[in-house]
Design a protein. Sequence first.
Length: 151
Amino acid sequence: MDRDHPNHPALDELFRGDGFARVLGAELDDWGGGWARVRWTPRDEHVNFGGVVHGGAVFGLGDYAFAVASNSWGRVAVALTVDVQFLRGVRPGVALTAEARERSRSRRTGAYLIEVSDPDRLVASLHAMVYRIDGWHLGEGAWDDGWRASN
């Protein structure tokens, strides 16, 4: 946790209130400036007709980690692209962790690597990019001029 990150408690509440993550059953484990870690254990209802966890559900876990990491600076970020490689099938009941890390960030864009793993191996890799708009979570006034200028 970035204890020096301004507005961390308010952003944490915002991120943990994500409706899709709640429906999926994913839990935000920890996050800070430019990174996030999310945990999820898929259930039987997440299995596709092939007998493994649906790729869309695995993608959703990675996308949640991506959303938190890319919005962690307070500036509103929206996805431009996400490329996913599914590397291994997953069975229900196997705990998964998605870790998103910022690879680069400018005033307008950010690039992220998101890795989804089970306890033993990498199961999916996502490469993603966001567009960072002029809007700020919690309102522009919640962030001092120095923070807004550098983030």
